[in-house]
Design a protein around this ligand. Sequence first.
Ligand SMILES: *Cc1c(COP(=O)(O)O)cnc(C)c1O
Length: 378
Amino acid sequence: MRINFNVPPYTGKEFDYVKECVENQKICGDGPFTAKDNEWFEKKTGVSKCLLTTSCTHATEMSALLAGIKEGDEVIMPSFTFVSTANAFVLRGAKIVFVDIRPDTMNIDENLIEAAITPKTKAIVPVHYAGVGCEMDTIMDIAKRHNLLVIEDAAQGVMATYKGRALGSIGDMGNYSFHETKNYSMGEGGALLLRDERFVDQAIIIREKGTNRTLYKLGKVDKYSWIMPGSSFLPSDMNAAYLYAQLQMADEINNARLDHWNRYNEALRPLAEAGLIELPYVPEECKHNAHMYYIKCKDFEERKGLIEYLTGHDILPASHYVPLHSSTAGVKYSVFHGEDRYTTKESERLLRLPMYYKLTDDDLDEVVMRVKEYYKFS
Ligand SMILES: *Cc1c(COP(=O)(O)O)cnc(C)c1O
């Protein structure tokens, strides 16, 4: 493809930092770069603790362990999300309870959550789709009144805010992804954000195979031993070094992406005004991070035609999630509470256009030109 859907971010400093790790023989987990990354996020988001992990999937699995999720518990989330959001809780024996999304943001409909709560409910997992925040004030209020934990899937939400607060720092726990398809990358990687001190010590132990090795290294305990069930959720410092180069350029990357997003939005507005497509919506209280630019076609068939048209012109667009409740595992491990008014219908007509840090204006303009051609719009 001449214009790819995604090109992983690269700033130029990554290799120098990885080289530094190798030369200093500091390549295992929790080295100097991991500490720098953690501090960077703590400062940026205001959380008590950030713990770099091997993926957002693993950060979510850690969250499920910390939340004490067990057989028979219920966890509420949208069905329009990545499998990892659900898997982490299914692995602990929970039943997933999906509720419908809002058609405007593709985020969980905060007004449908309360009716899905039962005495077995333990947590709500909002997913900030496209880096646009869910209606967090409403969600936090529901959680407080029902004594539930809120675990934010902020995989796509790095650098985005809701009412001035960083996505991932509002709920009890937040999960970031640094997969190569995300705004900032370390190949594979993620982070667990802990808003307050409550879960910090336990999280450190779980991440280090269930031992208190980290506390021992800090001189907080005088013996290093097995404390509780855990796993190996810490990445090599070489990956952390790669990410650090990008964090140092975080504003530059974010601004470049926002420029692309705004350029798409301006150029495609006439098509929306003509009623041919729909454009993304960002609520006033949300500052997004241009994680993606999507449009909505009339229906599945029209989207199929557009995908074929763009692909035929060497441009790679991408549809997105097949709703989890309709998948093989979803049928087994989940229920959809209430009516699926929007989840399936909206997911079938959403199309993501090429979006990445170094996307050029020329390439972006060509994508727009081809979309207009497909709709015979001039
Ligand atoms: C990317 C993504 C994940 C998984 O992230 P990994 O770091 O690849 O494990 C989870 N949830 C959402 C919403 C994502 O977009």
